[in-house]
Design a protein around this ligand. Structure first.
Ligand code: AMP
Length: 217
């Protein structure tokens, strides 16, 4: 099964992509995680991406498209996948279609997690992660057992620099201008399914996504 998870920053697409990929045995590919790793390791890609990410802007298409092409060429997507955070522009969506065609693959569904702007801002201001194992937390919905410490290794939790309020506002603008046109793109291809991601907690949202996926199981 080959899936795309779409949605604004903070919609829960990373959380859902992680859970559902584990449940269905799919590869979870988050371009944001790959880029953060590249920045941390100071690679060429990381150096090129850093300033864009810190400002909440998109990294140039060709860098991201190259990253996905590498994964495809290495056969890492052969067992089925969830793309989380890619594509984010129409040129990326078009490039993905071509790349998949070249590798005799296609997308089965594009799942849109819909969440209001107010909820996004509320969630991102409560979002923390563990810099050691990358576990995610969200105050007050998913709090760690000990305030400010990771449940798995006790490391002090951090906020992503791009979760600061002014950067979040820009990320939402960028989403509306550059990413939301791909909703229409996948609607036209009859691949889009809209799942409400608001309010009810990650278990309920996961159940909704799995229900929608039953039609292609
Ligand atoms: P995310 O973790 O998905 O919110 O991504 C964090 C940041 O990485 C974004 O704000 C962008 O700067 C960059 N990024 C991730 N995926 C993409 C993409 N597909 N195209 C361009 N930039 C991206």
């Amino acid at each position: 099964m080959n899936l795309i998870f779409l949605g604004p920053p903070g919609s829960g697409k990373g959380t859902q992509a992680k859970r559902i990929s584990q449940k269905l045995g799919l590869l979870h590919l988050s371009t944001g995680d790959l880029l953060r790793e590249a920045v941390k390791n100071g690679t060429e890609l990381g150096k090129k991406a850093k300033a864009f990410m810190e400002a909440g802007n998109l990294v140039p298409d060709e860098l991201i498209i190259g990253l996905i092409e590498e994964k495809l060429a290495a056969g890492q997507l052969d067992g089925g996948f969830i793309l989380d955070g890619f594509p984010r522009t129409i040129p990326q969506a078009e490039a993905l279609k071509e790349m998949l065609k070249k590798h005799k693959k296609s997308i089965d569904r594009s799942i849109l997690l819909s969440v209001s702007d107010e909820e996004v801002i509320k969630r991102l201001s409560g979002r923390f992660y563990c810099p050691k194992c990358n576990a995610g937390y969200n105050y007050p919905m998913q709090m760690p057992k000990q305030d400010g410490r990771c449940d798995f290794d006790g490391t002090e939790l951090r906020r992503r620099p791009d979760d600061e309020e002014d950067v979040v506002k820009n990320r939402l603008e960028v989403y509306k201008k550059q990413t939301s046109p791909i909703i229409n793109y996948y609607q036209k291809e009859s691949l889009l399914r809209d799942v409400p991601g608001d309010g009810d907690g990650p278990d309920r949202v996961m159940a909704r996504v799995l229900k929608v996926l039953e039609e292609i199981a």
